[in-house]
Write a protein that binds this ligand. Structure first.
Ligand code: GDP
Ligand code: MG
Length: 174
């Protein structure tokens, strides 16, 4: 791992809540209207079972035209939160492309990834992607699946804990 800090990259299509999830984790507030073009990285230490993990969290901003740059950024990641929003079918369908980019950038098929279905607080009638579809995709990728809400603070810490544990397991199995 690059120096001592584990790099977690928050990736996925636009408007799915990448910044809201990152900022909820970092600042414990729901940021409604984060500038969609801003890429920022944050540092935070997470404690799991009395062990501390210094993290660098990179909030990405997807711009298709810079896909090469994106792959370059992905290369630095030790683990990835791959986010879609349950009210956005188009974004869900783009997840495969992001996963391909991640595996290509890392040149490895079993990169630590946690698939997150965000905006789970929205009323069911607004959902365009079912829980089953998310679970099936995660099963297909052989990665954990977690339903989150940056707005209602559901499973935000859990998502980061899950990816950190996965990175640790992955390092140990090498
Ligand atoms: P990004 O482009 O992936 O970084 O998405 P943002 O974090 O900027 O969020 C896009 C929009 O979705 C904003 O209007 C947010 O307020 C909203 N949003 C983000 N997370 C949630 C959530 O968990 N629930 C709901 N209802 N809205 C959310
Ligand atoms: Mg953003």
């Amino acid at each position: 791992m690059s120096d001592e800090r584990m790099v977690i990259i928050v990736a996925g299509p636009g408007s799915v809540g990448k910044s809201a999830i990152t900022l909820q984790f970092i600042t414990q507030t729901f940021v409604q209207d984060h500038d969609p073009t801003i890429e920022e990285s944050y540092q935070k230490t997470l404690t799991i079972n009395n062990k501390t993990f210094p993290l660098e969290i990179q909030d990405t901003a997807g711009q298709e035209e810079y896909s090469t740059l994106r792959s370059h950024n992905f290369r630095a990641g030790n683990g990835f939160l791959l986010i879609y929003a349950v009210d956005n079918r188009k974004g869900f369908e783009e997840i495969e492309e992001f996963r391909k980019e991640i595996t290509r950038a890392k040149d490895c098929d079993n990169v630590p990834i946690v698939l997150c279905a965000n905006k789970i607080d929205l009323p069911i009638k607004e959902h365009e992607v079912s829980k089953k579809e998310g679970q099936d995709l995660a099963k297909n990728y052989q990665v954990p699946f977690i339903e989150t809400s940056a707005k209602e603070v559901i499973n935000i810490n859990e998502a980061f804990q899950s990816i950190v544990k996965l990175v640790v397991e992955n390092e140990q199995s090498k």
